[in-house]
Write a new protein. Structure first.
Lengths: 635, 140
């Protein structure tokens, strides 16, 4: 290892991050040539002139393992600086499926730094879609980006749906796409590769020098983290990765300035909360754990009852906080929504849907209705500001307006809210467990029983349910306590099936260094899109327990087809064609075993379930992922 | 209109079921019915054992108490197609499911018995309930 490389960067991680903190609220004015937040502003004159590949290059691509010809010895690889920038940004992982358009960067990732291949560490993905799904799951768990490194046009098209899904999920991530303009197969290159996914990325850049590339990486991070958070993309020129550098300064990261409500609005909100007899706060998805702490602080300060979305999405208010529940007085004379509707006022950050100019082809991808605003009670007023950024200002305004008399009222109200919520919680839980008993001893195994039997095994651990639960009954809602920012990562943002396994692996990447385990209750239909992520979990020894929800069907489609056949009066006895996995059945335990993951099953006897789950949890706690194939009831 | 028709049909079947007893229909075969229940995908909503999105174990529905009510329910839905509300049980006109086949399915459905343990005898459910109770007791 050439230590001079490290020294020559001239910027330590601590100094780098420190400079961003010192920058405080200063806005970043970094100009990134080739950057495109809007295709209309894209700089012209950067169209590469592609040459046809030589016979030698063609031979290499069809299987000849000879490396490409190197005519220059590079002692200071430019791609080392790219790695240093990622390291300074505290990017933990780069998920990739290898490609020759980024071999310069990959070589730096595995060999540059001390230790190499740490911060960021390479995660081997079997498919570009898996790599992006991993970044998506990681982002939902941690609220910050990791990198998906993609090979040219072919890799990016594989990654397309997962990027689309992450965009709808407001997931911050950095997609890096290698582009070997001069020396590679033409079909893998593009003059404007980012255009393939531009309508569903927030920002992209195609830098043409090392300095531009480093600046683009920093700006990409800032764009991804600036609400509305979303995937961003940088095209990495292969030749720039391989060149030598001399006297290049690393760009400074400046944190985004996120706008919250101003003092006049904050004062109005504070006074309304303090004047209310029964204040209520509804909390949707905030951006970070720090935001959740602020929301808890505000609720406790004003003694409000709270409605949480923690059983629907990450980064919401702890479900079992004593203030969560309907409270004692349901009149709610002032109801504030934080990234969520409130009857009187909602503070709701900007939505990607409102962005314009990145869909020049006019494809017009449909947006799901925003669940945060789809409520029976529409707010009287919506303030289009980021709720998390608004909280410190509101809290300050509340503290400034608190009197001793009001404090006493709040203390009394808090006691009554907590008492009422405890009674409510017990009644709701009693009702829930009674309901979940149905089919308890049935075979195949009831999904409610899987969720219920899991709880005693994980309740004292830091756990994360990474799999969307809408196809498996959502039984965790009333049975588990969702008290952490990452307790439940939510549903498929764009209903794009195939996401669950990769996203769970991404969540497990986040969990690995945080003494956390990931639970993945995995639909079989979803699993079969990109099953190679099982190997990734095994290879990287990720703490993930996968329980196959093996109902042997794309079950929703099966039911829809039944209905269609029924409506036409032609019977439902052929609706399994094209919707089920029969003849032969799939054995997921064997499949996992083949990928190198410990596994067992299929289990159809519910009495064998607890022992299997216990073995699985113990394995995951010891650092070995585990898969249990369970033959389940359909839903 | 659709809702009214649906409830008329359901109500008719319910009235007919009141005086009926839950017995295996004469000539029906529960073993054949099990295969038909699976082949026609009844399990997709009702589970393999009658517990699912819509529970029918333990003769939970009055529509299951009498063969005639069951057939009227199936046929009325089919005959009134497409007036009935969407996203409900598929329609089964006689062309797609014969009376005999329907009787066999009913016989199989009547074998469903769901006898889950009380919460107190399920360690998992009991632990969940105790957790909620503990929060009440301890002030957490």
């Amino acid at each position: 290892m050439d230590d001079s490389n490290k020294k020559n960067t001239g910027v330590s991680r601590r100094a780098f991050i420190g400079s961003s903190v010192a920058a405080g609220a200063a806005s970043l004015l970094t100009q990134v040539p080739g950057a495109s937040a809007n295709p209309d502003t894209k700089a012209d004159g950067r169209r590469p002139v592609s040459k046809p590949p030589s016979d030698e290059k063609m031979a290499r691509e069809v299987g000849d393992a000879r490396p490409s010809e190197i005519t220059e010895i590079v002692s200071r690889a430019a791609s080392d600086l790219m790695v240093q920038v990622l390291r300074n940004l505290e990017i933990e992982y780069v998920a990739l499926n290898p490609g020759s358009s980024f071999e310069g960067l990959q070589e730096s990732l595995i060999n540059f730094g001390d230790p190499p291949n740490r911060m960021p560490e390479i995660v081997s993905a079997m498919h570009e879609g898996s790599a992006v799904d991993m970044a998506h799951g990681y982002a939902r768990a941690e609220g910050k980006p990791m990198v998906a490194l993609i090979q040219g046009t072919v890799g990016l098209q594989n990654a397309s749906l997962p990027i689309y899904q992450a965009f709808h999920g407001h997931a911050p991530m950095i997609v890096l796409v290698g582009n070997d303009e001069e020396n590679f197969l033409k079909v893998h290159t593009g003059e404007d590769i980012a255009g393939l996914v531009r309508p569903y990325t927030k920002w992209d850049a195609q830098p043409e020098s090392l300095e531009e590339t480093l600046a683009a990486l920093v700006e990409a991070y800032r764009q991804a983290m600036t609400p509305p958070c979303a995937p961003v993309l940088v095209v990495l020129n292969s030749d720039i990765q391989k060149q030598s550098y001399e006297g290049v300064d690393l760009p400074t990261y400046k944190a985004p300035v996120v706008t919250g409500v101003g003092e006049p609005d904050a004062n109005e909100i504070a006074k309304a909360l303090l004047a209310a007899v029964s204040p209520r706060i509804s909390v949707g998805r905030l951006r970070s754990p720090a935001g959740i702490e602020q929301a808890v602080r505000l609720a406790e300060l004003v003694g409000a009852s709270v409605k949480t979305m923690a059983t629907y999405m990450p980064m919401s208010f702890p479900q079992r906080h004593p203030l969560v529940g309907p409270g004692a007085d349901k009149s709610y004379d002032y109801h504030l929504g934080l990234e969520q509707a409130g009857a009187h006022l909602a503070i709701h950050g900007p939505h990607l849907r409102d962005m314009t100019g990145r869909d020049p082809a006019g494809i017009g991808f449909g947006w799901k209705e925003d669940p945060n605003l789809k409520r029976r009670v529409k707010p009287e007023k919506i303030l289009r500001y980021d709720a998390e950024a608004s909280l410190p200002v509101i809290i300050a305004a509340v503290e400034a307006n608190l009197t001793e008399e009001v404090r006493k009222q709040i203390r009394d109200r808090t006691r009554s809210i907590e008492k009422a919520n405890k009674v409510e919680r017990f009644a709701a839980t009693k009702k829930t467990v009674e309901k979940k008993r149905a089919g308890w001893n049935g075979s195949p195994v009831s999904l409610a029983r899987i969720y219920a039997e899991l709880w005693p095994l994980i309740k004292d651990l830091d756990w994360c349910l990474a799999s969307p639960s809408n196809f498996s009954g959502r039984h965790h809602v009333g049975l588990w306590d969702h008290d952490r920012p990452h307790s439940y990562l939510g549903v498929y943002p764009a209903a794009g099936v195939g996401y669950c396994l990769g996203a769970s692996v991404g969540a497990a990447l986040a969990a690995k260094s945080r003494d956390r385990i990931v639970i993945n209750i995995q639909g079989d239909g979803d699993f079969n899109y990109l099953p190679g992520a099982v190997w990734t979990a095994a290879h990287h020894e990720l703490p993930i327990l996968t329980i196959m929800h093996n109902n042997r069907a794309w079950h929703m489609e099966y039911m829809y087809l039944q209905y269609m056949a029924g409506v036409r009066g032609r019977g439902t006895d052929r609706a399994h064609i094209g919707t089920t996995f029969r003849d032969p059945y799939i054995n997921y335990a064997k499949l996992a075993d083949g990928y190198g993951m410990k596994s067992e099953g299929p289990i159809s006897d519910p009495n064998l379930l607890v022992a299997a789950l216990t073995r699985g949890i113990e394995s995951v706690k010891s650092g070995e992922p585990y898969l249990i194939d369970v033959l389940t009831q359909p839903r | 209109m659709k809702i009214i028709v649906f409830w008329l049909v359901s109500g008719l079947a319910a009235v007919m079921a009141v005086s009926a007893s839950a017995q295996t229909p004469a000539g029906a075969n529960a073993v054949r019915g099990e295969k038909l229940y699976y082949a026609h995908g009844c399990y997709t909503c009702h589970g393999y054992n009658g517990i699912g999105k819509h529970n029918i174990a333990n003769n939970a529905s009055p529509l299951l108490a009498d063969e005639a009510a069951f057939l009227i329910y199936l046929r009325a839905r089919g005959d009134l197609n497409p007036l009935l509300p969407t996203q409900r049980m598929p329609h089964f006109p006689e062309e797609s499911l014969s009376d005999n086949a329907a009787r066999d399915i009913l016989a199989h459905i009547r074998t469903f018995r769901d006898q889950p343990p009380p919460v107190s005898e399920s360690p998992a459910l009991n632990a969940i309930l105790e957790g909620a109770a503990l929060a009440v007791d301890s002030g957490n």
